[in-house]
Design a protein around this ligand. Structure first.
Ligand SMILES: [Zn+2]
Length: 201
């Protein structure tokens, strides 16, 4: 067991991001058993859950003439448009049934505002609106974060970069992550994480 300053943040291991889901990440379910095993090493355990209202602005179906994986311009910048996924209360939004969330201290939901997406566990995609996770971790005395989950090149990377920018010591265990890799997005994300001071193992 690591000391009390260490948290494991498990990003979006939900049915829709696993094989068979609406926005499936290849091999996404392969990380579940080792994540379950890793939980025992961390005194602070946080799970995040993508949690969109029906008709969310990140869905391609909300934009006339747009297909999934195309982009659009939002007031906060360029947004990738996704298949409908992780709708609040749906089976797709549920954690994968094999993921052991029982020992979790906190479940933080994100992406619930209709007009803005939220990849990061810390800030929505405007990079300003906080989720509250930073305050939770600081008040518990956490300084070191290990991030795992789905997908490496979106929600994991954004969370890792924001965590490092906020001053946390951030490690991403890439063996416990899987990527979407949209037009080279994985390599871009890995480079950006390194540049932000994130440790990749
Ligand atoms: Zn989403």
């Amino acid at each position: 067991m690591r000391d009390a300053t260490h948290a494991l943040i498990v990003i979006d291991v939900q049915n829709d991001f696993c094989p068979g889901g609406a926005l499936a990440v290849a091999d996404g379910d392969a990380i579940i058993a080792p994540i379950n095993a890793a939980l025992a090493e961390y005194p602070v355990k946080v799970f995040t859950q993508d949690w969109h209202p029906v008709g969310h602005s990140s869905f391609a179906t909300s934009h006339t003439g747009k297909a999934p994986f195309e982009t659009t311009e939002m007031p906060y910048g360029t947004q990738v448009l996704w298949p409908d996924h992780c709708e609040q209360g749906s089976n797709g939004a549920a954690f994968h049934p094999d993921l052991n969330t029982t020992p979790g201290d906190l479940v933080i939901r994100k992406g619930f505002r209709p007009q803005i997406d939220s990849y990061s566990a810390f800030f929505e995609n405007d990079r300003i609106t906080p989720t509250g996770l930073e305050g939770y971790l600081r008040t518990r005395g956490v300084t070191h974060l290990t991030l795992v989950g789905l997908a490496t090149d979106f929600c994991v990377a954004y969370s890792a970069i924001d965590g490092a920018t906020l001053g946390f010591d951030v490690t991403v265990d890439t063996t416990l992550c899987r990527a979407i890799d949209l037009d080279g997005s994985l390599q871009v994300a890995l480079d950006q994480m390194k540049a932000a001071g994130v440790t990749l193992v």
